[in-house]
Structures are given as structure tokens and as C-alpha cells.
Design a protein around this ligand. Structure first.
Ligand SMILES: NC(=O)c1ccc[n+]([C@@H]2O[C@H](COP(=O)([O-])OP(=O)(O)OC[C@H]3O[C@@H](n4cnc5c(N)ncnc54)[C@H](OP(=O)(O)O)[C@@H]3O)[C@@H](O)[C@H]2O)c1
Length: 238
């Protein structure tokens, strides 16, 4: 049975990715900040099929240390990655943004996703499993610009996805960007806020895992129908 490494596993989208992977018959290796975060994930996704590992995803060797434990046989091997660290969604007007705010936002919303890529891609290339996938969640805020800081960090993720599509073209790794344009929350919060439930958004990852023609693409999820009826197009003309 194949395993998905989920980075940002305890958040709204991470919980959806964990549930989607489990529903599709995969096991999950979930990186968590600490035991409190692990318990949050277990409450929202159950325990069955999930192995957790604590790591500091904000440091440049945190996710690398997880891969080293996998390589040493101390943690399950993985063939797929879903990266969705972020969550900083502040409203400061662009003209008032400070350098520190922007650095902090990049540190939370962008850099750990890049660390996840840098740490896991050499491992997945080395394994050379023909069905490997790597999925990055971004947000339409990067095009809307209502919230300047998260818009700019989303823009960086768009560019990371473009570079990844180019770099992984014709490798064993099927890279895709999930471009999400509405709010998804863990089920208990979604019930109060009328957002989509993580357990419903889980079907999106399930659909991506199951459709090998989605490769090097932006998967646009701009309405509820597109969660399962995938709307995808290549990010680059390669
Ligand atoms: N939710 C949506 O509707 C939506 C829509 C469009 C795009 N997105 C994008 O999806 C990504 C995730 O959003 P989300 O709503 O799932 O965010 P979230 O619920 O806040 O989850 C963020 C994840 O990152 C982790 N994290 C954040 N700061 C951390 C830190 N300093 N150290 C360790 N872990 C840290 C959190 O861990 P803890 O649980 O331990 O805090 C959690 O696993 C973002 O890039 C966002 O822009 C989300």
C-alpha cells in the first residue's frame, strides 16, 4: 500500500488531504508540530492509517530529518507528497505592509512548502516509483489581491509551482498545483461558518490521485462542482 506524506497535515486543507488519501486507500505519514496538533488531526481524521512524526517545518532541516528517518527505515516509505503549510491570512493594506510582516508571512505561508519540495523531491526521484505525485495547495487570493500579504505569498507559490512543473517534466513525479478559490475548514468549524467541510474537499485530492492525466497542471477549484469534476490545464507549454 502506498503512503502520502502530508506537510501542514493538521490544518484545514491538510486534514482534507489526509482524508482524501485515506479514502483513496493510501496510508498517511503526517508531519505535525507537536502532540497537541497530532491530537487535533486524530479528532478530525481518526487514527486509522495515519503515522505522525514531529518536526519543525519552519527550519531548513526539519522536513529533511523526516526524510532521513524514512531512509533509515524508522518511518514508512512514501511515494506521494501533499504540501499545504500556511494559514496566515492578515488584512494589512499593501501601503502599510512592513518588511517584518512580509518576512514573517513568507516564513509561514511559503518557505515550509519550498523546504518540503527540496527535502522530498531527491528522495522520490531516487525511489523512481512511476506513480509518484507531488501536490501543492495555493489560493486564488494571489490573483484577487483583497489581502495583500497572503496575495503576495500565494504569488510566490504560483511561481514555485511553475518551476516545479518545468523541473519535474518527464520524471517519475506527477506534480500539480491545486488552486483553491473558496473557503474550506475542518468539519466542526465549517458547520458554523458555512464554509466547505474538509471531508468534502477531501474528494478533490482523491480525484487527483486517481487521474494520471493530471500532470504538470493547475487544478482550478473555483466552485463546489470542481472539487470532483477536475478542471485542469498544464501550467506550461512543454
Ligand atoms: N482553507 C482554505 O479555504 C484555503 C483556501 C485557499 C488557499 N488555501 C491555502 O492552503 C494553505 C493552508 O491553508 P489552511 O486553511 O489549511 O491553513 P491552516 O488551517 O492554518 O493550517 C496551516 C498548517 O500549517 C501549519 N503551521 C502553520 N504555522 C506553523 C508553524 N509556525 N509551525 C508549524 N506548523 C505550522 C499548521 O500547524 P498547526 O495545526 O500545528 O498550527 C497547519 O498544519 C495556505 O497556503 C492557504 O493559502 C487555503
Amino acid at each position: 500500500m502506498e503512503t502520502v506524506l502530508v506537510v501542514g497535515s493538521t490544518g484545514n486543507i491538510g486534514t482534507a488531504a489526509v482524508k482524501g488519501a485515506l479514502n483513496a486507500g493510501y496510508k498517511v505519514l503526517a508531519i505535525v508540530r507537536n502532540s497537541t496538533s497530532a491530537n487535533k488531526l486524530f479528532q478530525n481524521a481518526g487514527k486509522e492509517g495515519i503515522t505522525t512524526v514531529e518536526a519543525d517545518i519552519m527550519s531548513d532541516n526539519g522536513i529533511q530529518s523526516v526524510v532521513e528517518q524514512v531512509t533509515a527505515g524508522k518511518l514508512p516509505a512514501f511515494q506521494h507528497v501533499y504540501s499545504t503549510v500556511g494559514g496566515l491570512y492578515e488584512e494589512t493594506a499593501l501601503k502599510n505592509v512592513t518588511a517584518k510582516q512580509m518576512r514573517d508571512a513568507m516564513n509561514q505561508n511559503f518557505t515550509p512548502n519550498l523546504y518540503a519540495y527540496i527535502a522530498t523531491i531527491p528522495y522520490l526521484l531516487e525511489q523512481n516509483n512511476p506513480s509518484s505525485t507531488w501536490t501543492l495547495c495555493t489560493g486564488a487570493q494571489g490573483d484577487y489581491g483583497f489581502r495583500a500579504v497572503p496575495a503576495m505569498t500565494a504569488g510566490s507559490l504560483f511561481s514555485m509551482a511553475v518551476s516545479a512543473c518545468r523541473e519535474l517534466h518527464e520524471t517519475n513525479i506527477r506534480f500539480n498545483e491545486v488552486y483553491l478559490a473558496f473557503r474550506v475548514e475542518i468539519d466542526s468549524s465549517a458547520e458554523k461558518s458555512a464554509s466547505m467541510k474538509a471531508s468534502d474537499f477531501a474528494k478533490n485530492y482523491q480525484a487527483i490521485l486517481g487521474n494520471t492525466s493530471v500532470r504538470g497542471c493547475r487544478v482550478r477549484v473555483t466552485n463546489h462542482e470542481e472539487v470532483t469534476k477536475l478542471n485542469y490545464a498544464p501550467k506550461l507549454d512543454l
